[in-house]
Design a protein around this ligand. Structure first.
Ligand code: ZN
Length: 411
């Protein structure tokens, strides 16, 4: 029996209903309703009122289409896919950056650092007693400071300073008159920062009422080495130009320590070796994404640390208190470790071709028969590029299975 086309009005109804159906299901859905209507028409078209009957029959497609449009299964699935996309990671990192900016009052510390007065005279030094064990700067005992006037030969000029907090909670600097000239910045009234302290204002230091410990800044005489000055003055001598490297060292040491701990997790991960196997030409996107993600995460941790000014307490010299420094090292270490670990745990279950999160973990094989036929979990790329197979037995290696050539239509 030849298939006759169904009447126009029923075709319109079916087309309208089809527009409601989500695009991925549309063509099989249309096919099913068309053949159903055609079958109805073939058997009933000679009966009286057949056209109206078919219209009523076709109208049933509308609630079905509506149901598919509103089908709740679809929304979580789409959300799931969006969360797994590499762009989502970028969004998360951007949100973290925004949170740091918001909590730090718009990157206050970073902006202050960029607008700081530069003090890059290579002869400019800070004088203080260092505890060898903690690196803590105690400052110069004021008795020694006053004695320098009689014997010291290595400094061209020097000035004492001392930080304090005023009654309104603002940081104030007590400085000797020549303090600003030695630093090479315009005196008072201008915002300056010295050893990571930015005082709100400064007042003259009273020589008659010196605190027990003083911060002292000095200019070495030309040709005098740091070692000779230390011998002459009897205190530690630290060139100001080296201070920034000290901060960098603090962060680098924390990062290296965290890196070595995180590496253990990575090299004992079978998924790492599964991803590392095979040609780099095919998986470079995977490793590039991992490297960029890790670098950005680590940079954000360091940035948050700078904005929070971990471990900076106000002592007379602006030095870090050893106890606070110790307490600050741990959160920094944990944050670095957390960022590195997150980066890998997120990466290990990503597709090697498109960096989407692998999906649909399926248990393969029969557990009872695992002796003969190894069982394991297989996670598949939602775009069908490949799958990661992780056997249940710890001894067996994981493997990346490329499905590209067989199933994928894209890339
Ligand atoms: Zn993929």
């Amino acid at each position: 029996m030849p298939v006759r086309k169904i009447p126009f009005e029923s075709r319109v109804i079916l087309a309208l209903a089809a527009a409601l159906v989500p695009s991925r299901q549309r063509s099989p859905w249309q096919e099913r309703w068309r053949s159903r209507s055609e079958a109805w028409w073939i058997y009933n078209r000679d009966l009286p009122g057949a056209r109206i009957g078919l219209l009523r029959e076709a109208a049933n497609a509308c609630p079905d289409a509506l149901w598919r449009r509103l089908n709740r299964d679809e929304a979580p699935r789409r959300l799931h896919l969006a969360v797994g996309s590499p762009l989502f990671v970028g969004g998360v990192l951007l949100c973290v950056l925004g949170a740091i900016g918001l909590l730090s009052g718009g990157f206050r510390e970073t902006r202050a650092m960029l607008t700081d007065q530069r003090t890059d005279n290579p002869r400019l030094v800070i004088l203080s007693n260092h505890s060898a064990l903690t690196g803590y700067a105690w400052g110069v005992p004021s008795s020694r400071f006053t004695a320098w006037a009689h014997y010291q030969k290595s400094l061209e000029s020097y000035a004492a300073y001392s930080w304090a907090i005023d009654s309104k909670g603002r940081v104030l600097a007590r400085v000797e008159p020549q303090f600003f000239r030695i630093l090479g910045i315009p005196p008072n009234g201008c915002a300056f920062r010295f050893v990571s302290v930015r005082p709100a204002y400064s007042v003259p230091l009273d020589r008659a009422k010196l605190p027990r410990q003083l911060g002292v800044v000095g200019l070495l005489r030309p040709g005098v080495s740091v070692e000779r000055a230390e011998h002459d003055l009897g205190v530690g001598v630290m060139p100001v130009s080296r201070l920034a490297w000290g901060t960098l060292g603090f962060y680098s040491a924390g990062l290296c320590l965290a890196l070595s701990v995180a590496l253990f997790r990575v090299i004992f991960d079978r998924a790492f070796w599964a991803h590392a196997a095979g040609r780099f030409r095919k998986s470079w996107r995977f490793w590039a994404f991992f490297a960029v993600k890790t670098a950005v995460a680590v940079a954000l941790v360091a940035w948050a640390g700078i904005e929070a000014r971990f471990g900076i307490t106000l002592t007379t010299t602006g030095a870090r208190d050893p106890l606070v420094l110790m307490l600050a090292t741990w959160p920094l270490l944990l944050a670095f470790g957390g960022a590195l670990l997150w980066s890998w745990l997120d990466q290990r279950l990503r597709c090697r071709s498109c960096n989407r999160r692998l999906d649909l973990p399926v248990h393969m094989g029969v557990i009872g028969a695992s002796l003969f036929d190894p069982t394991g979990i297989e996670s598949v790329c939602p775009a069908g590029h490949g799958a990661l197979y992780e056997p249940d037995t710890e001894m067996s290696d994981a493997a990346w299975i490329t499905l590209d050539e067989f199933f994928s239509t894209r890339r």
